[in-house]
Design a protein around this ligand. Structure first.
Ligand SMILES: C[C@H](N)C(=O)N1CCC[C@H]1C(=O)O
Length: 732
């Protein structure tokens, strides 16, 4: 039997797997598994809201709530996975079983997105939506169970592979692990939206959500297979029974025993958990103390994730009001999020190989908790940048009417210039087929407008808080019409386009993607959303057929006017005029890069360090539990976003950013104080001492001697380590 195997069980001992450059070979399978799993998770997540909205036909609110609930669930289930792993199945088996659950969930999602299954009338839309909804909800539940369940186990299982002599390598492992998370996330968030955009189907072609979910499902199967292939090389720590049950009972006993002995006649004990000593093993009590110390330190941490997770919501919304034209490429608002994993892939190696060693060279002890504090500070700084960008955006946004105002624009549908008299604005002259450049603002409910050339006069009813366009007709006998215009920027950086038909006959308007439909004579169409870039519009009215093209930026709104003079042989490109109702976004998306840089630098310092810290400070039998505690901070952070955004309801977006930055700054100060009083421990050393003590007990030591040793150990537990868990004392 090889010397790296346990002689009794034949299983591998810790840190004895084949090594490559000082790293256990088994690590390779674990990081590849993590890469594939994160590809699967983030890829599916990237198209989930669109699937809800466009496939299941849910409204925005329902789609967003179910999406956030799902994300929060994914970071709550780690507790379950960790308990199962540490108390019952062990990490290896838990990862295998839950990965199977996870893969089934992903397959269920892919199947739920095949519209042909229930498309009995073959029109391209499912006929039994309940089937698709139920299957996808079951799929999402299984995915949340799987991804959350295995997450704390995979990180802790990776850490388990290192022996005590591989402390430095283990720290690097957590960085590489984080790189794999973000490599998978980056690739999948680029690839799955492309897959979704394909058309597929047996009877009729639709957007291919089944492929966008199918590829992540396949990657999850690959993750499982890779993990199983490495099976013979892993060190597999044995679960130590129902540890969580014992922990809860021990804590319960300590509390009740303390309560029973609350009278002054009983001498107080150093730590409230010491009240469990009357019944429970001292080793277990010491381990619980270690866990509680770390969990207490975690209390302020969710605030970091509260800010971090707004990348996907608030910051993406901010990007929709910005210009994404980068010359050679055009970036869509949601694509800005890929800046985070790209920066992770560059910043993690830079931090590990340049920044941290440089800080060390300067003689500074940049301990994990100091790094996490700086990480929080950087995240707060990111939100200050977001606020500054928002102020710049606000300067360029149109001034929409308040609840006490209404706004009116004029469009001359005739072939001759007209002059309109507007109360408070004097005479406004409009050429043929011309619209006024700006909206006129009024506080009255009704105004009287007189038009000369031909002479007309009308009373116009205005609507408070609304924008309208008055279509001034060709002749006196024609009807005056008021349109309802947009009072918000178009969604997702799209452009809202509509047509006014000034001809005496109906006209059909369309692009290759959008159909405006038939517009009756002297009427107007609804708004349709056009993406940025060049769009060509096709007009067709009886014999008349022509096309014209326009370039669009982001977030604009135009009213195109088809003049009455348009006839067979007319040049549409020149004849059709456009009124700019809402200007395109002018603040460039590149201005978001600093905020992405700071939040990602903060993430590297906070999250990568936190992952490793949670492992190194956990007792041997609760490694996965503490990883789950760490992930729980992500889940709570997600909930806080929902609550604060609902409760705060600040009128200006930039003030909300400042509020979040200030909250995190306060939390950062509190955390730094808590961290100052934290002393690093080496759980293995402490556990070994307690175990040795049990052996000594057997040798029948006298009471006095034993008491003395216990005192020393307790003191050790409260003061141990430093300079990263090596036994000398340093705070923070
Ligand atoms: C994609 C993020 N940069 C990231 O790596 N994470 C966000 C939450 C924790 C972590 C992950 O494990 O996915």
């Amino acid at each position: 039997m090889a010397d790296h195997e346990d002689p009794k069980t034949g299983k591998k001992n810790k840190g004895t797997s084949k090594e490559v450059c000082g790293y256990p070979l088994s690590i390779f399978f674990i990081v590849v598994n993590e890469f594939c799993e994160r590809f699967s998770y983030y890829g599916m997540r990237a198209v989930l809201v669109l699937y809800f909205k466009y496939f299941l036909r849910w409204d925005d609110d329902l789609a967003t709530s179910i999406y956030h609930t799902f994300v929060a669930l994914c970071y709550l289930t780690p507790i379950l996975g960790a308990i199962v792993a540490d108390s019952w199945l062990g990490k290896f088996k838990t990862i295998i079983y839950l990965s199977i659950v996870y893969a089934i969930g992903q397959v269920a999602m892919a199947v739920s997105a095949i519209h042909d299954i229930t498309d009995t009338d073959r029109d391209g839309t499912p006929n039994n939506m309940t089937f698709h909804v139920v299957l996808s909800m079951v799929g999402l539940f299984l995915i949340a169970l799987g991804t959350g369940g295995i997450k704390p186990c995979v990180a802790a299982f990776g850490g388990d592979q290192f022996g005590d002599h591989q402390e430095r390598q283990r720290r690097t492992f957590f960085s590489v692990f984080y790189l794999c998370i973000n490599g998978g996330s980056l690739l999948s968030t680029i690839i799955t939206p492309i897959l979704r955009a394909q058309n597929c189907g047996i009877y009729s072609k639709q957007k291919c959500y089944s492929l966008a979910f199918g590829v992540p499902a396949a990657l999850m199967v690959v993750a499982l297979v890779v993990f199983i292939v490495g099976s013979g090389m892993y060190y597999k720590a044995k679960p130590e029974g129902n540890i969580m049950g014992d922990v809860c009972k021990c804590i319960g006993f300590a509390i009740s025993n303390r309560y029973k002995h609350r009278s002054k006649q009983y001498p107080s004990r150093e730590h409230w958990m010491d009240w469990a000593e009357d019944k429970y093993d001292k080793l277990l009590i010491a381990q619980i103390k270690m866990v509680l110390k770390v969990l207490f330190l975690y209390i302020p941490l969710p605030m970091f994730w509260t800010l971090f997770d707004q990348k996907g919501s608030r910051w993406t919304l901010q990007a929709t009001t910005m210009d994404g034209n980068f010359g050679a490429i055009v970036i869509q608002p949601d694509q800005m999020q890929t800046v985070n994993p790209i920066l992770i892939l560059t910043l993690v190696p830079i931090m590990d190989s340049v920044i941290y060693p440089l800080i060390k060279k300067c003689g500074l002890n940049f301990t994990p908790l100091k790094r996490m504090t700086v990480g929080m500070f950087l995240a707060a700084l990111a939100f200050v940048c977001a606020a500054v960008v928002q102020i710049e955006i606000d300067k360029t946004l149109p001034v929409f009417p308040s609840n006490f105002q209404s706004q009116l624009k004029l469009l001359n549908m005739g072939n001759h210039p007209v002059t309109a008299g507007l109360p408070g604005y004097g005479q406004v002259t409009l050429q043929a087929a011309q619209a006024s450049e700006e909206y006129f603002t009024f506080e009255e409910d009704q105004i009287s407008i007189s038009v000369s050339g031909p002479e007309m006069k009308r009373n116009i009813s205005l609507i408070k808080g609304q924008r309208q366009t008055l279509l001034i007709p060709l002749t006196i006998s024609d009807e005056w019409q008021l349109t309802a215009d947009l009072t918000t920027k178009p969604e997702e950086g799209n452009n809202a386009i509509r047509f006014v038909n000034g001809m005496n006959k109906p006209v059909n308007v369309s692009t290759s993607e959008v159909v405006f439909g038939q517009i009756e004579k002297f009427h107007y169409s609804n708004y349709s959303q056009i993406r940025n870039g060049r769009a060509t519009f096709f007009l067709q009215s009886g014999q008349l057929s022509c096309a014209f093209s326009r370039d669009f930026g982001f977030g604009s709104s135009y009213t195109f006017f088809i003049p009455s003079t348009l006839s067979l042989g007319s040049n549409c490109q020149e004849s059709i005029t456009g009124a700019e109702d809402i200007k395109p976004n002018s603040v460039h998306m590149a201005l978001q890069v600093p905020q992405y840089f700071f939040i990602t630098a903060g993430e590297v310092m906070f999250s990568v360090t936190g992952l490793e810290f949670s492992y190194s400070q956990a007792p041997s039998n609760m490694k996965a539990v503490l990883q789950a505690g760490w992930l729980l901070t992500v889940a709570i952070g997600n909930f806080i976003v929902l609550i604060v955004a609902e409760v705060a309801k600040l009128p200006k977006q930039w003030t909300e950013y400042v509020l979040f930055a200030s909250l995190l700054l306060c939390v950062c100060i509190i955390f730094s104080i808590m961290a100052y009083f934290y002393t690093y421990i080496d759980p293995t050393e402490i556990e070994a001492k307690f175990r040795r003590n049990v052996g000594d007990d057997d040798d029948d030591k006298n009471d006095k001697q034993r008491k003395l040793e216990m005192e020393m150990m307790k003191r050790d537990l409260d003061r141990s380590d430093d300079e990263h868990y090596k036994g000398k004392q340093t705070k923070m």
